[in-house]
Design a protein around this ligand. Structure first.
Ligand SMILES: *[C@@H]1O[C@H](CO)[C@@H](O)[C@H](O)[C@H]1NC(C)=O
Ligand SMILES: *[C@@H]1O[C@H](CO)[C@@H](O)[C@H](O)[C@H]1NC(C)=O
Ligand SMILES: *[C@@H]1O[C@H](CO)[C@@H](O)[C@H](O)[C@H]1NC(C)=O
Ligand SMILES: *[C@H]1O[C@@H](CO)[C@H](O)[C@@H](O)[C@@H]1NC(C)=O
Length: 575
């Protein structure tokens, strides 16, 4: 390939640009290094069509769990599990980035890496707590020489450094050892600690046989921890509980709370990442602080049938309280759906979902989630529709924005619900229902929604859509994000992700916000009641060849009451 061609290609792919320009300016010495890079550039370039424009990613390599998100002295800190050497899991360190808006990020040196007897075989996930003395402290899981999972702490080396670049692991680690009866191979991911009646408390995820367990630990000084007699909570047949997260939410209002808030004006949320299914589940319930027990409400169930933050690729999530804007923010890891060989070729794997503000739905049965408002600063060119009809069988292009890197916010109005298809009560599995009733399967009220990352002639597209059913007393709403037609490439994981939407259709409206970013489609149904993140790898619907449509494949006409779509700019991302 000619250099000019390469350069025009690299304009599309800014992160490669730097390399190419450097290569061209390089002298004799550089040419040694340059050659293999040029050789592999074609393959690499093609792969980079799937790199995201505005999601959190390092420049290359493997990433997984978000760790210890926190706000400290005006800076947002974000750590994550990172392999500095390759695009597959391994060599894990705590990578560290800082930001003033959680959109533009600066990468720092890794904060933690294996170095001591108490973490020589691994520095795995953990959380940060900002002590009342305004000192942050990290709790994390270390793997000792016997691969036992133990809990350690780390503190900033220099509190005057605004970026907290260096972290110290004091010699009195570990602070928590798996005692007798605790499985040392299943004992990890300490939470942020909360303060109550003279003690700090924190959780460590575990299992006992097939029972998932959140062990509770107490400490007066954050160093000497003792295990409570009872776990905070546990549930049979759920397997290993990874990355537990436990926090209060206000009964009403969007404001977030510090972890230590208790009282009649709050409920509590317990989230666990179930290793067996690899999804994040939560319940809404009551924290009996006098007994240090958590009891889920009878409207939410533990385990695989439970509520999920996201009905797509979203795992090992963690929240933190942002005191600057008084909100609780959720970070979650979004893994790849291509093959390991593809990951190695493209040189990276994994990203973080756009941080989401979380609060309790006024119905008190579930959470609401919404992309942080700072994301809107990336909005560029815009297209607006209002009061446009989508007749049966129609798909209308949303023209004039970069459809491969966009933010779309739509309100659909359903003129009549009378003909909604009957709902069969055996349809308990949303994903299976979406597989059976995809976007091409004609319905009555729906399917209607968006065709994202679509090629011009619809050889490829990822539909995100609603379907409304009539159950005996109420309507049942299904939201699908269906990857099955997303790519002509074989061998990819292309699930028909879906979730039910617990929404009242009294106003006959359903909203959908979708963040489209080259290989990720992140959707928020009904104002954030049901969220689905899909990873897709189109071959035709890439860059300027990607299109966006609104569609309706139901017999009933649907009105687009309002549609706003924006091209999204690239933030500074760990460069
Ligand atoms: C701590 O950080 C501050 C601010 O960056 C710096 O001026 C100071 O020299 C640092 N102290 C040490 C001991 O490194
Ligand atoms: C402990 O956990 C490991 C990892 O999940 C598992 O392989 C092992 O069977 C568990 N041991 C016991 C005694 O349950
Ligand atoms: C669920 O709990 C509420 C009180 O919190 C109670 O009023 C209701 O009857 C319970 N429902 C069921 C089905 O047990
Ligand atoms: C993400 O990748 C898909 C496809 O390989 C797997 O099926 C999921 O289990 C995996 N998710 C996590 C959290 O690892």
């Amino acid at each position: 390939m000619e250099v000019t061609k390469l350069l025009s290609l690299c304009i599309l792919i800014t992160f490669l640009c730097v390399d190419i320009i450097n290569l061209n300016n390089g002298g004799v010495q550089a040419s040694h290094k340059v050659f293999p890079q040029f050789q592999s550039l074609t393959a690499v370039s093609i792969r980079q069509i799937h790199r995201t424009g505005y999601h959190f990613q390092p420049p290359k390599n493997w990433i997984n769990d978000p760790n210890a998100p926190m706000y400290y002295n005006g800076i947002y800190h974000f750590f994550y599990q990172y392999n500095p050497k390759g695009a597959v899991w391994g060599n894990i360190v705590w990578a560290h980035s800082v930001s003033k808006d959680m959109i533009n990020w600066e990468a720092l040196e890794p904060a933690l890496y294996p170095s001591q007897h108490f973490d020589i075989n691994g520095c795995w996930s953990g959380s940060a707590t900002v002590l009342p003395s305004n000192k942050p402290i990290i709790l994390y899981t270390g793997l000792d020489p016997k691969d036992r999972q133990i809990q350690n702490y780390a503190v900033p080396a220099n509190l005057s450094d605004p970026y907290l670049r260096k972290w110290i692991k004091p010699g009195n680690n570990p602070v928590v050892d798996p005692e007798q009866g605790v499985n040392a191979s299943a004992f990890r991911d300490p939470t942020t600690a909360w303060w109550l009646n003279g003690h700090w408390r924190m959780l460590v995820g575990s299992k006992r046989s097939h029972r998932g367990v959140a062990y509770l630990y107490r400490s007066r000084d954050f160093i000497y921890w003792t295990k409570a007699k009872h776990p905070l909570h546990s549930a049979p047949h759920t397997g290993m509980w990874e990355c537990p997260d436990f926090y209060p939410v206000l009964l009403s209002g969007k404001e977030g709370l510090d972890l230590s808030v208790v009282g009649k004006h709050v409920k509590h949320v317990l989230k666990v990442s179930l290793d067996v299914t690899r999804y994040d589940y939560y319940t809404v319930g009551t924290y009996l602080s006098d007994k240090d027990r958590y009891v889920p409400d009878n409207t939410s169930v533990d385990g695989w049938a439970g509520l999920r933050y996201d009905y797509g690729n979203f795992y090992a999530s963690k929240t933190f309280f942002d005191p600057a804007k008084k909100r609780r923010i959720l970070w979650g890891w979004v893994n790849e759906s291509d093959t390991t060989e593809d990951d190695v070729k493209k040189g990276w794997a994994g990203l973080q979902a756009i941080p989401r503000t979380v609060w309790l739905d006024p119905n008190q049965r579930q959470l609401m989630q919404w992309p942080i408002e700072e994301l809107e600063t990336l909005r560029g060119k815009t297209v607006k529709w209002s009061h446009r009809q989508l007749k049966t069988g129609e798909h209308i292009e949303v023209k004039g924005i970069t459809a491969a890197q966009a933010d779309v916010d739509v309100i659909f109005h359903i003129p009549s619900l009378d003909k909604a298809e009957p709902f069969d009560h055996s349809w308990t599995d949303a994903q299976e229902l979406c597989a059976r009733k995809g976007s091409k399967v004609k319905g009555e009220v729906g399917p209607f929604g968006l065709l994202t990352l679509a090629s011009k002639n619809l050889e490829e597209y990822t539909p995100v859509f609603f379907r409304v059913f009539q159950a005996s007393k109420k309507h049942v709403v299904l939201l699908c994000s269906d990857a099955r037609s997303s790519s002509l490439k074989d061998g990819l994981y292309k699930p028909s992700f879906a979730g039910f939407v617990d929404v009242d259709l009294a106003d006959k409206k359903l909203s959908l916000r979708t963040l489209i970013d080259h290989s990720v489609v992140e959707s928020f149904g009904a104002g954030g009641k049901t969220c689905i993140t899909s990873r897709v790898y189109p071959t035709l619907a890439v860059l300027d060849n990607a299109h966006l449509y609104a569609f309706n494949h139901g017999t009933e006409t649907i009105n687009v009451e309002n549609l706003n779509a924006w091209s999204m700019r690239k933030p500074r991302m760990n460069t």
